[in-house]
Write a protein that binds this ligand. Sequence first.
Ligand code: TTP
Ligand code: MG
Length: 374
Amino acid sequence: MPKLTVHHNQTPEKPSRRILHMDMDAFFAAVELRRHPELVGKPLVIGGRGDPTRRGVVATASYEARKFGIHSAMPLRTAHKLCPKAVFLPVDLKEYSRVSKQVKVILKEFSPVMEDGGIDEAYLDITSSEESSEAIARGIKEKISSSLGLTCSIGVAPNKLLAKIASDLEKPDGLTIIKPEDIALRIWPLPVRKLWGVGPKTEEHLKRIGILTVGKIASAGLDVLVREFGASHGHFLHRASRGIDDRPLMTHWVQKSSSRETTFQQDTADLQIITETLFVLADRVTEDIRKDGFKARNITVKIRFSSFETHTRGMTLREATDEASVVRKAAMISLKRFDLEKPVRLIGIRLGGLLNATDEHISSSGSLPVQLRF
Ligand code: TTP
Ligand code: MG
């Protein structure tokens, strides 16, 4: 264990916070198990179309399947090789989103200050609650279990960084409370990757200079970290490894864009298939923004070729729109600007420059594209 002192009072003017992080256990798999109870206890893999002979990656795997080395982002085919007896199911995002919303409603009953961290996780600020952190965490776990039949893991700590690490420490069905004085014992022995902001590249770099644990970063010295990683990332690593994180909870996200994409079952150079697929995606993404009450000004088409080379072409409309016909037209103009000689692996469309459709200055559009981009 490195010898150093943690200064808990880096920001004495700020009273200490209690931040709770909740993350659902094997979320997609757990939701599937509710409607397929006969699969409980069996290795279960959720991904793509649920067919390991077709292209696709693992979205998640039940804890039983993880014992075979199966994990998120692994090709389904590899997962099947590792565990041929595993059951494979397709991804049903609609169902998981529905359950996700129910989870968030429950969380908000415990504190109105919530940051939505994604489909299966969220942060709550419980600083002003009279109840103990443990009582709140138990209350949330009980409510999620009794009303949704699902388990989650919770971490409570003085900030988001530590709360997120804490919720992961005793998964599944975990409850971990981290106080500043626990940092040396619970955080420093962890591998560097557990630290938010340390990706594979930083991990590799740290390894090269002999740093494998969070504690080693903490004892490395700011000058070394700045020399190796530059001022910004160096300071970040120095602070994060000491458990310092002043980031506030982001309770309101402003949606900036919405997108849809799909990978072809087989790479294709057939313009008709490409165009039809693009139109389906255009209709869907338009429906997405319309449901959320937005109109879009920027339309961008993305194409990944079989070589994995990826290009985008896009345009800006004079007026924002939520009409599928206008989006299709703009998508078609963008598509024509690609050099489509190589087979296409993936096609996607993004609607950006989103404006609230109820804004007065946005009139209903049927507008023609005015400005080409890229
Ligand atoms: P995670 O919370 O990372 O994973 P998990 O909930 O399945 O398992 P854990 O108990 O370790 O928290 O992600 C939440 C969901 O997001 C997961 O169920 C599926 C989806 N997901 C993907 O689709 N692709 C990915 O690469 C990852 C990491 C997650
Ligand atoms: Mg999870």
